[in-house]
Design a protein around this ligand. Structure first.
Ligand code: UDP
Length: 243
């Protein structure tokens, strides 16, 4: 149904949103713990010098093409990549379907109070949703045992983790088996957006592939991170020349 596209050494699944949802549905049924990653250009760029992240992504059961940069790279390398599957949208689609399937969700990450606000928003948007626990993402190593115990006790089917890249991926890879949650996803700024702490780019900017510019304008502190984008373009281009 889908195949992996190698972008700078990371296998990204060439899937539509619907195919990604079907895959996650299977993971829920199989009930063995899996990690779903959402690969944008910044993450793929980071994986070129962060071997641990690269290995985690290549071991993840599903890596969706999050962002215009990832879709561009696949096309530039001559592969099929039907559409962008943004992590934020994937999380919303899964939340929308959760009440029907009686699925339990846990929100872990973001600043104190944000996951609770996101939980209220989820209840408003998706009536009947069961958010069975929340925990902010600022903690020390000494707190981790309690965090893990709390997540396990809540018995979620879906764990959304917002600790930023690559912390969320590394944390999940380390504790996935112990947590034994069927599906875990690193969701970056998703709770911030749901809580209204952060805005998502308007649709026209998303369509114009300018979501990165919108983020840089809202969070000038992050603007430095934008240098990863032209670097990504150049790296993908030179990786094409080599093949
Ligand atoms: N975050 C967190 N713990 C940390 C670092 C970050 O909970 O130690 C949260 C932060 O509050 C934000 C989310 O992680 O809600 C994503 O952060 P950022 O936007 O920096 O990440 P990225 O864009 O890399 O996913």
């Amino acid at each position: 149904m889908n195949n992996k596209v190698n972008i700078l050494g990371v296998g990204v699944d060439s899937v539509t949103m619907q195919e990604a949802l079907d895959k996650v549905e299977l993971f829920f049924e199989e009930r063995k713990p899996v990690i779903v990653a959402t690969a944008n250009a910044e993450m793929l760029m980071r994986a070129t010098y962060d071997e641990e992240l690269k290995n985690i992504l290549n071991a993840a059961e599903l890596v969706v093409p999050d962002g215009a940069g990832t879709v561009w790279a696949a096309h530039h390398l001559g592969y099929d990549m039907p559409e962008r599957v943004a992590g934020y949208d994937l999380a919303q689609e899964l939340m929308k379907r959760a009440p029907l399937k009686n699925r339990r969700i846990y929100f872990f990450g973001s600043a104190p109070g944000v996951a609770d606000k996101a939980k209220l928003k989820a209840a408003e948007l998706y009536p009947g949703i069961q958010i069975v626990g929340t925990r902010n993402g600022f903690f020390s190593e000494a707190d981790e045992a309690q965090i893990i115990a709390d997540i396990k006790a809540a018995q979620p089917d879906l764990l959304l983790v917002a600790l930023g890249v690559p912390k969320q991926e590394k944390w999940l890879a380390k504790y996935k088996d112990e947590l034994n949650v069927p599906v875990s996803i690193g969701v970056g700024g998703t709770f911030d957006v749901m809580a209204g702490v952060m805005k998502r780019a308007p649709r026209w900017m998303q369509r114009a592939k300018l979501e990165w510019l919108f983020r840089a304008m809202l969070q000038p502190k992050r603007a430095g991170r934008l240098i990863a984008l032209p670097k990504f373009v150049l790296k993908v281009h030179s990786s094409k020349q080599k093949t």
